[in-house]
Design a protein around this ligand. Structure first.
Ligand code: PEP
Ligand code: MN
Length: 347
């Protein structure tokens, strides 16, 4: 529920609303705005009786948030959230942003070469898993903490920002120290203790849609992170399980405009996991940008034929460079632009 204060409502009137919310057994989230202040009420699982609040001095109106998720909804906050990642890089504004790199960090040479190649093509954020949530326990599980150190090195060498996944609560601390974005993978979208830890990590969080999660479930998972006080959440459509095994997943392009309507949070698209097929990544990345995605996350490997994970869906560096050329054109058609990497600092 949102309690919208009158223009010019006094601080005491706002404080009164906050204390009544507390007396009612809920928590308040004051949201000062340019025109007027609103106070959010959270902690309710159903409709709240607003009669005590409606009559308070300074209160203009009480808006019931009808969706099960509250703080992530457009009803709660009409303006789109812009998540600042690092100098000159934000997700959710006019710019579209490319996150690219290998599925996994494999070796120092591999991640540094990947970083250089994706930066040359136009990515501003390097991806690469150090902790890999693999479907089989016998598949490559990632390098772990040494992988984080290699990402830090690639960041240092190229100036790219870094996005990497945390797969458990313990890892959130390590990942948030080393990375500019903490990724929560599809398999963990409903790992609530992990979501809560991500909500306290102090870094932007990239939350991927679960393998068979509805859009409502995705937004409820994001709500867990906001409820802990972290408002810097970026959603990611990465395809859902379907009856058709022709592609690895069914890439749900519709989720992009639907999420934009339901939520103020940015959403990016991952056509690599969305399709699982290298040749299908480029058309689906183009489609995602055309549909309004705030960015793309694409797997790119210096030599995908030798990749330790997800080689079949990883682009060759030249393919990614071609994709970025196309993405720039599509972005422009819809009144957006691609955030370009800063030129390498003179050494
Ligand atoms: C990944 O980004 O490498 C990954 C494991 O993705 P997802 O969680 O979407 O499967
Ligand atoms: Mn992968």
């Amino acid at each position: 529920m949102l309690i919208v204060m009158r223009h010019g409502a006094t601080e005491q009137e706002v404080q009164r609303v906050i204390s009544v919310i507390k007396e009612m057994g809920y928590q308040s989230r004051p949201m000062p705005g340019a025109q007027r202040t609103a106070v959010g009420l959270v902690g309710n699982d159903g409709r709240v009786d607003a009669s005590r609040l409606e009559g308070l001095p300074g209160v203009q109106e009480v808006i019931h948030v009808t969706k099960p998720y509250k703080q992530v909804s457009r009803e709660w906050k009409a303006d789109s959230t812009v998540v600042r990642i690092g100098p000159g890089v934000a997700i959710g504004g006019t710019d579209v942003v490319a996150i690219a790199g290998p599925c996994s960090v494999e070796t120092e040479a591999q991640i540094i070469e990947s970083a250089r190649q994706v930066k040359d093509a136009g990515a501003v954020i390097l991806r690469g898993g150090a902790f890999k949530p693999r479907s089989s326990p016998y598949s490559f599980q990632g390098l772990g903490r040494p992988g984080l150190a290699l990402l830090a090195k690639a960041r240092e060498e190229t100036g790219l920002l870094v996005c990497t996944e945390a797969i458990d609560v313990e890892g959130v601390g390590w990942v948030s120290e080393a990375s500019d974005i903490v990724q929560i993978g599809a398999r963990n979208m409903q790992n609530y203790s992990l979501l809560k830890a991500a909500g306290r990590c102090g870094k932007p969080v990239l939350l991927k849609r679960g393998l068979s999660a509805t859009i409502t479930e995705l937004l409820l998972s994001a709500e867990y992170i906001l409820a802990e006080g972290n408002h810097d959440v970026i959603l990611c459509e990465r395809g859902v399980r379907s009856f058709d095994a022709t592609t690895r997943n069914l890439f749900d392009v519709t989720a992009i405009p639907v999420v934009h309507q339901l939520s103020h949070l940015p959403i990016i698209a991952d056509p690599s996991h969305g399709t699982g097929l290298r040749e299908k990544v480029i058309p689906m990345a183009r489609a995602a940008i055309a549909a309004g995605a705030d960015g793309i996350m694409v797997e790119v490997h210096p030599d995908p034929t030798k990749a330790l994970s997800d080689g079949a869906q990883s682009l060759f560096p030249e393919q990614f460079a071609q994709l970025m050329k196309e993405v720039r054109v599509i972005a422009e058609v819809i009144g957006r632009r691609v955030t370009e990497p800063a030129p390498a600092a003179a050494r």
